[in-house]
Design a protein around this ligand. Structure first.
Ligand SMILES: C[S@@+](CC[C@H](N)C(=O)[O-])C[C@H]1O[C@@H](n2cnc3c(N)ncnc32)[C@H](O)[C@@H]1O
Length: 497
């Protein structure tokens, strides 16, 4: 067992490494000594004092004690230490003005006050001798300064101090720095093996933070989760998603690292509320801009046909914008939450929901609705956001409608998503969509970059009006959907979507 009361596989080795590698501590001591010497120089002018330490020195100064390296179970007390920081003695009368003028030079630490009451000093008897009485410091306060900036006020700051009659003489102050004063990266950087990547990145879904930890971080997974909770107000559960999505429904396999095991998320996206069980449906906070981009193209009276609707981030806002919506998802759980979100956003009268395979949704409800919609003036938008597969589903539009209906049809606009690893993702998307439709979209579509999901892998959106030649084609004419369609299973995909 260690002093942290938790045996960790690499603990002994890491402890040894941290003992051998004392350079950080030495650096810290050198800086402390320099700062103390410089600041104790009685009577010396500010400019004669310490060389301004650089940002790196400051980072070293704030670095937690080396003993925390390799800690697997969070011991917050082990991060406590006392460091020396520069300070200015400022009369209370001008305190606010000084703090305002030195805004950038004052200490910037979470939970550390910029102004403190100085410790009472003992006054000596004339000619030395015994201490007699306490000096009257009641009218003074100490303004704590950022150690990295000590010794170099800007011209404007120096001028402000002069005009307020505050001498530029630095004091030193022993600052007790605790776990709560450290940033996430500082805590994790001190704990995780030296030289290895520390990632504190996570996506936020309501109270849930979800991370994608690397192998070397796994021994520290629970500590990392706890630090994320401590440092991010509102996060009460941290999950790690496994590297692959292997489910048809695009939800991640996940493990709770810290906090409550409550997967019921409540989120707001573009002003719309959604509720769902995050462990059972697909939700990606990084798509909010894309959801908004598409919904902005929908006008009152339009119709939106959402083939892979999830819990409703296209369907619900489109209905709120005044469109009539048919929204579908194969995952019964997504469908349930889609219905719930339609209700809580009070658009139940505008949205019909379906729990079908996408191809059957197109060949069934979409096929039924389209003839009437093609005669009307309002636009029809088909949204297909299942980037790993949606392009393949475009073949469902081939020969969907009876050629007799083909007149001056108001043809639907499709927004179909896909991933591309190609050097020319626009061309790649156009070609894949054309192949699936059996008709060239060259010069008839626009392709939009959505986001980079992995190195060399982009999520793209191809937008086009379904060609008459496809919709009313007599080749490969569509029949009614089978009674019990077998859902097409997906290949494994990276968690990037
Ligand atoms: C990438 S998510 C997109 C969800 C939502 N549109 C969004 O933007 O957040 C794809 C959705 O398609 C659903 N899905 C997967 N395969 C499907 C299929 N064959 N037919 C219909 N829906 C399917 C999944 O359950 C998931 O909710």
């Amino acid at each position: 067992m260690t002093r942290f009361g938790h045996a960790c596989p690499h603990w002994r080795m890491l402890r040894l490494i941290s003992r051998i590698s004392t350079s950080v501590q030495r650096q810290r001591e050198v800086h402390r000594r320099d700062l103390c010497i410089a600041l104790r120089c009685s009577g010396s002018s500010f400019k004669q004092m310490a060389q301004r330490p650089n940002g790196e020195t400051t980072a070293v100064l704030y670095r937690p004690p080396p003993e925390v390296r390799g800690m697997c179970s969070l011991d917050r007390d082990a991060f406590t230490q006392t460091i020396v920081v520069p300070a200015l003695r400022v009369p209370k009368l001008v305190l606010n003005k000084v703090v305002k003028s030195l805004k950038k030079a004052t200490i910037q630490r979470p939970g550390v006050p910029r102004v403190v009451v100085p410790e009472k000093k003992k006054k000596k008897k004339d000619g030395g001798g015994e201490e007699e009485k306490e000096e009257d410091d009641d009218d003074l306060r100490l303004v704590l300064l950022e150690p990295g900036l000590a010794g170099s006020f800007t011209e404007a700051e120096a001028e402000a101090l002069r005009s307020l009659g505050v001498p530029q003489e630095l004091q030193y102050y022993d600052l007790r720095l605790t776990y709560s004063n450290l940033k996430t990266e500082e805590v994790l950087g001190a704990v995780l093996p030296e030289g290895q990547e520390i990632t504190s990145a996570f996506s936020r879904v309501g109270h849930i933070a979800h991370m994608n930890l690397r192998d070397h971080q796994m021994p520290f997974k629970n500590l990392i989760g706890q630090v994320i909770i401590d440092k991010n107000p509102g996060v009460s559960c941290v999950v790690n998603k496994t590297n692959m999505i292997d489910s048809t429904y695009r939800n991640f396999k996940m493990e709770v690292l810290a906090g409550e095991e409550n997967m019921m998320a409540k989120v707001k996206e573009n002003g719309v509320s959604y509720e769902f069980d995050f462990s059972r449906v697909y939700w990606n906070p990084r798509l909010s801009t894309e959801h908004m981009r598409v919904v902005q193209q929908v006008k009152r009276g339009d119709t939106v046909l959402d083939v892979f609707a999830g819990v409703g981030p296209f369907a619900v806002p489109a209905a709120r914008a005044g469109a009539t919506v048919l929204a579908n998802d194969l995952n019964p759980e997504s469908h349930r939450w889609l219905q719930h979100n339609v209700k809580i956003n009070k658009v139940a009268s505008k949205v019909r929901t379906f729990n079908l395979d996408g191809r059957d949704f197109i060949r069934g409800p979409v096929r039924q609705e389209l003839p009437a919609l093609l005669k009307a003036k309002a636009s029809v938008h088909v949204v297909m956001n299942l980037p790993a597969l949606a392009l393949e589903f475009l073949d469902a539009f081939r020969g969907l409608l009876d050629p007799e209906l083909c007149g001056d049809a108001n043809l639907p606009t499709v927004y179909c998503y896909g991933f591309s690893k190609d050097d020319d993702p626009e061309k790649d998307m156009m070609e894949k969509a054309s192949e699936s439709l059996g008709f060239s979209l060259e010069g008839r579509c626009s392709v939009q970059f959505v986001r980079n999901v992995a190195p060399n892998k982009d999520m793209m959106c191809v937008r086009f009006t379904i060609p008459k030649e496809v919709l009313f084609s007599t080749e490969g004419k569509q029949t009614e959907p089978e009674e019990e369609p077998a859902p097409k299973r997906q290949k494994c995909e990276e968690t990037t979507d």
